[in-house]
Design a protein. Sequence first.
Length: 1077
Amino acid sequence: MEVKTSLLDNMIGVGDMVLIEPLSEDTFIENLKKRFDHNEIYTYIGSVVISMNPYKSLPIYTAEKVEEYRNRNFYELSPHVYALADEAYRSLREQDKDQCILITGESGAGKTEASKFVMSYVAAVCGKGQEVNKVKEQLLQSNPVLEAFGNAKTVRNDNSSRFGKYMDIEFDFKGDPLGGAISNYLLEKSRVVKQPRGERNFHIFYQLLSGASDDTLKKLKLDRDFSKYNYLSLDSATVNGLDDAASFRTVRNAMQIVGFMEDEVQSILELVAAVLKLGNIEFKPESRCNGYDESRVKDKNDLKEMCELLGIEQSVLERAFSFRTVEAKMEKMSTTLNVAQAYYARDALAKNLYSRLFSWLVNRINESIKAQTKSRKKVMGVLDIYGFEIFEDNSFEQFIINYCNEKLQQIFIELTLREEQEEYVREGIEWTNIEYFNNAIICDLIENNKNGILAMLDEECLRPGTVTDETFLDKLNTVCAEHQHFESRQSKNSKFLTDHSLPHNCFRIQHYAGKVLYRVEGFVDKNNDLLYRDLSQAMYKANHSLIKILFPEGNPAKVNLKRPPTAGFQFKASVGTLMKNLLSKNPNYIRCIKPNDKKAAHIFTDSLVCHQVRYLGLMENVRVRRAGYAFRQAYEPCLERYKMLCKQTWPHWKGPARGGVEVLLTDLQVPAEEFAYGRSKIFIRNPRTLFFLEEKRRQCLEDLATLIQKIYRGWKSRTHFLLLKKSQVVVAAWYRRFAQQKKYQNIRSSALVFQSFIRGWKARKLLRELKHKKRCEKAVSTISAYWHGTQVRREYRKFFRANAGKKIYDFTIQRIMQKYFLGLKKMPSMSPVDKSWPARPYGFLDGTHQELRRIFHLWRCKKYRSQFTEEKKATYEEKLAASELFKDKKALYPSSVGQPFKGDYVEMTKNPKYQKLNSFVEDKVLVADVVSKINRANGKGAPRIFLLTKKSLVLADQKTGQVKASVPLPDLSSVSVSTQNDGFFALKLKEGSTSAAKGDFLLSSDRLIEIITKLHCIGATSADRNKINIDISDEFLVQFKQDKVCVKFIQGTPKNGNGVACKRKNNRLLEVSVPSP
Ligand SMILES: Nc1ncnc2c1ncn2[C@@H]1O[C@H](COP(=O)(O)OP(=O)(O)O)[C@@H](O)[C@H]1O
Ligand SMILES: [Mg+2]
């Protein structure tokens, strides 16, 4: 069994007290001392760690040490608190067992330090990662905050925890921390108002005053000087080795890491400041007429500042210090407070403020560090609770603390001593009983519900009538006098009557750790823990969020006349819960021992150590351990754990587990004295045997891991290979397909080329044959045609000769005519004025050609005419008439051809000037135009409106429309015009007609052709009238009234412009000169 164990190797004394020879109290203490002198502060008793406080820092808490102890077996290395932490953490992670680490010992023995080492070790070895690190950091940083508010310098310890603390650290299945939960027990709040000689108030007060900036202090209305505050004892305001200012910074930083908001920190500091201020409020008596003194606040400045800090109305608080409201049977009465009562009320308020703040802090920290998941958690609890305390003057607090330690001792006894022995008996293992002191009887003395001291105290507190500490003691004397662990002057042992070490107002309890004398003074008060309702109501009214939360009972809406549970009752209940909690977990013990009372390194006071060893029951512990077996385990899990060490049990053992374990141990050749078979468990005597098994198992697991690895690798490679193979087949199939496709395409294209060549050759052959055949057929038909021709010609030669000429001629003519007519198929244009006509192809067709042209012309004219409307037809008829009348007769005619005959040029109907004229003419107006009426006297023209209707013609003034003359058409005999290019015309009247009296009219108009044509047409169309003659000559006579005047037209160049000029030559001649065209 080659095991490297420092418990045996290079050992100073013995590392495990179980191995000590011979075992006695002296050798035990000698061993501790020897080790302590060599800085070996840790020693085992089996799995329990004894820790001596070195009072100096040792280099055994480094990161290297953590690595050294990590995942090592408990007995493998020299004893260390890390080994215990590692063991606990590993069984939590691997065996899924909730753990608790119970740290016990006197005040100053190193419990708090040990708890911090455990926590930091676990933090160092558990998982890493951003989230996990944050949780760890929060858990670790909760310590400085709680220490600042809950620790103080005492005579025994410069950093003594003045509260009990139990912290659950929660882990997930991987062993990563998820969060935690802290429970606190009984803060020693009396310290807030009074500290024993040589001790200090809680650290935070000194830290705040030394470390806060001037600005912060000003805001909190504080002064840096400690001596200004009544609540701060000056004895040891500064402590060697404690830097309050630096600690303050650490605390602020820790609060930030834990997750306190800036305003929360501010509120907390305000409360701390308020407590200091409260301590400075003093009272003076004021006599009242009823003879009683009433208290009054002496100097109101501190009160005022405190009220300002907490947002409390000063008068309300002031009144609460002078009066007290008592409620009885729905009646409210106000009683005055004397000075002593006022001081009592002030201190009660300060204590309550501070202790409630502390509980709030713990809750607030819990809120920050609580695990975020709801999944199942594994828990490691660390209990660091005040150790056994024996002072000169012991009061209620010590009583409570020592009660708690009694309970812890019970657990220790339960789990290690009694439980162990009982188990051997139960399992049928040979065993000689070990005597040990069971402190259950002391616990019963204190906590028994009927006649326990706590029950008596509660009964006394709730009893009506006057209740004092003395009445309480009397009660104890009557009820507990018989108890063997209770002593008082009145108790059964009359010898105490003469024992002067037992004063009258005291009782003594013989605890497991020694006798403690308790002074009853203050028991009732402290148990009642009363705060006058007026004060809690004043606090509730504060305009400060935190204060309001701390004093919920001050809410007038929730007035509760029932008394709150007493301090003793509450403590008992919370200790009960704690015990239940601890019992459900696997315990790990650290038993702290203090080497001296001077907080000094290197001093080992034998008597002090001996006392602790005794009351901690360490000797009994070793004895039980030595007589017993170091390790036990039920058969099933044991077989499950080690079955791989033996071929018969691996991988499956069929049959009872015990048989399996027997086979296993025999196979491993473990000496028979090293183990014993219990009924349900195997017991292993020596830790080394266990370690041997563990080592074997570790090796075996390595081999198994290699095997699993091998199989896994094989499986993985094979799967990989199969995958490759499968892929190869797929690739090959695809490649083959591709190759075959390509080959096929090659063959196919070759076949196509081949085919096309053959087809081409065949086609060409066929073509050649067909061509040859066709040529042959053609040759045949040609030959036969020639042959027939020859035959026919030979046959009909005689007929041909007789008629051939005529036939050929007819045929030729027919052909020519045919061609000619076909040529005419493309007609010239349909316009009647188009003169074009194709040229004559043959001279003999001349007549036909002209005739066809004429017919065609007539036909297209007819076609053209047939498109005319009636109106247009009338216009053309007029134009035709004009042409018949004047064409080639008057030079003016050609210019009129292009002008349409509009008829009305003056717009008779529209012009309002001619309204009268319009109404004068009844018929349709055929012509309305402005003409010149030539004056016979000078040949000049005057403008006249000329109107022509079917029945008459009218001359009217152009400007006024006044009718000058109206001539019925039958009175008109003829019209004379010249041949020239002028507009003169003479209207001649029938001799003897009525109109003739005024004489003929000589007029001139540019539209002469139109006027005359229309005049002529009227004559031609009406049957009742003669045609009006039109004379065209260059000389005619005009009858002006009596005279006949000759109008002669000559051609000449007019002098001015190229207009027509009319001149009177003499009485009988008017000469009109017309410009030559
Ligand atoms: N392991 C240790 N190494 C160095 N100093 C220690 C150790 N344990 C305790 N101390 C010293 O002893 C003092 C008191 O320890 P502490 O744990 O506060 O005692 P307890 O909590 O038991 O009252 C600490 O402030 C520290 O100076
Ligand atoms: Mg402590």
